[in-house]
Write a protein that binds this ligand. Structure first.
Ligand SMILES: Cc1cc2nc3c(=O)[nH]c(=O)nc-3n(C[C@H](O)[C@H](O)[C@H](O)COP(=O)(O)OP(=O)(O)OC[C@H]3O[C@@H](n4cnc5c(N)ncnc54)[C@H](O)[C@@H]3O)c2cc1C
Length: 392
């Protein structure tokens, strides 16, 4: 038996013993997702237990180093863990912008003190983070941001406004971009700063959507004191760190369209709704569109897996994240369009749990945001044209 085989066996046995039964099914609504943080209330005892047990193993961040609370797994072991979790349909114990975004940036660019301060609470799900990048006048043109961080000797004073800050009102800390030098080329005077959302001068105002939900906020920064040791990397040199962080965000958003273990795939939904004739979907028009989608979805999954392997082998995701983000989010939008076409008038029920078929219009509307958040599809195409195809 190889080391990997025994790791699989141990992982299988551990999951069997430690993953509560109620945590072994796909999420039925976004209310069932655990985000952690100081303001978090566990929905039930199983959700708390599952998080605590995974935290003890370091498996909320399986490939982070053990000294920061991670699992220290190799890329092969991480893959085995993901496969074994999928086999029993184990839910991710924690959703976290800390793990997906600021953590990887701190691991690569943060001082040892910043890593020690922030990474273990992220792994434990104790601190929830939000992202303060976009501003009313700076979305696609992110480097045009106007939020200022003025040097006051022993600290910075930050003034400005952020917008579309997902879960700002529920988060404990923010990673934000601020201009520390207005007299140089716009990309060269930006710093990535970290501060507690309870710092005096920070306020949030939820933005209400047509769905009635408020997943994001306007965030106002009025003379906010930020300690100098909370700058990631060097002052004025935050732009490349911000872009590195975006590569992680984009890969994560691209994957949001993947079907979770145990969830019905689009072809399975289609087979149930349309029925089969001679082993084929009964509606020839939808059959062609769904087959086309399924082939592309398969190509996406295989490409994403190859890129994940490359990333874990130390090659980084880099500009490929633009490709994954573009393809993954466009596929996700098409999947929702096809689901609406499949269910027809049965899909027109607005109320209901988030991810069940009863709330398809809400999911359909949310999928439109996928190709905007983390950089729009047009911006990803620009990056692909310039940096991958060399057309710029
Ligand atoms: C669901 C969701 C969650 C979000 N969460 C966060 C968050 O947590 N934190 C955060 O900081 N931001 C967040 N955002 C904001 C997001 O990053 C921005 O909306 C996005 O970068 C686009 O910026 P904008 O809205 O200012 O649009 P604009 O930049 O004004 O773009 C408007 C249109 O013009 C097009 N366009 C602009 N420039 C070009 C160009 N050079 N070439 C071709 N087309 C172009 C765009 O593609 C788009 O169609 C979120 C957005 C959404 C939808």
């Amino acid at each position: 038996m190889t080391d990997l085989d025994s790791f699989r066996e141990e992982t299988w046995a551990w999951l069997e013993e430690n993953c509560p039964q109620s945590m072994r099914s796909p999420f039925r609504s976004d209310k069932e997702v655990c985000w952690g943080g100081r303001k978090w209330t566990f929905q039930n005892e199983d959700q708390r237990l599952w998080l605590e047990r995974m935290v003890d193993k370091g498996w909320t961040a399986p490939d982070w180093p053990t000294e920061y609370g991670g699992g220290g797994l190799s890329r092969e072991e991480h893959k085995v863990l993901a496969e074994e979790m999928a086999r029993i349909q184990a839910r991710p114990p924690l959703n976290s912008f800390g793990i997906w975004m600021i953590g990887p940036a701190l691991l690569k660019f943060g001082s040892e003190a910043l890593k020690q301060q922030h990474l273990p609470p992220i792994v434990r799900g104790e601190i929830r983070w939000c992202q303060g990048y976009s501003e009313p006048g700076a979305g696609s043109d992110l480097a045009g941001l106007q939020t200022r961080a003025e040097d006051k000797g022993d600290h910075f004073t930050v003034n400005g406004q952020k917008i579309w800050t997902s879960y700002a009102d529920k988060s404990d800390w923010i990673f934000a971009l601020a201009r520390t030098n207005p007299d140089v080329k716009k990309q060269e005077g930006i710093s990535l700063v970290l501060f507690d959302m309870e710092t005096p001068g920070v306020s949030t105002r939820p933005i209400k959507l047509i769905s009635g939900q408020s997943p994001f906020c306007e965030t106002f920064l009025d003379n906010v004191r930020v300690e100098k040791d909370q700058v990631v990397g060097k002052v004025d040199k935050g732009w490349s760190i911000a872009k590195y962080l975006l590569t992680h965000e984009r890969s994560m958003i691209g994957n949001m369209g993947s079907t979770a273990a145990g969830q019905k795939t689009l072809p399975q939904h289609a087979a149930e709704v349309l029925g089969l004739e001679d082993g084929k979907l009964a509606d020839p028009m939808l059959r062609a569109e769904i087959a086309d989608w399924a082939v592309e979805a398969q190509a996406y999954e295989l490409t994403a897996e190859r890129v994940r392997d490359q990333a874990k082998a130390g090659q980084g995701v880099g500009n490929t994240s633009a490709m994954l983000k573009y393809a993954g989010t466009e596929l996700n939008k098409r999947r929702h369009e096809l689901m609406i076409a499949l269910y027809g008038s049965d899909a027109m029920i607005w109320e209901g749990e988030g991810w069940s078929e009863q709330a398809l219009p809400q999911q359909w509307a949310r999928s439109k945001g996928n190709s905007i958040e983390g950089g729009t599809s047009e911006i990803q195409l620009n990056i692909i044209a310039k940096n991958i195809l060399g057309l710029g």
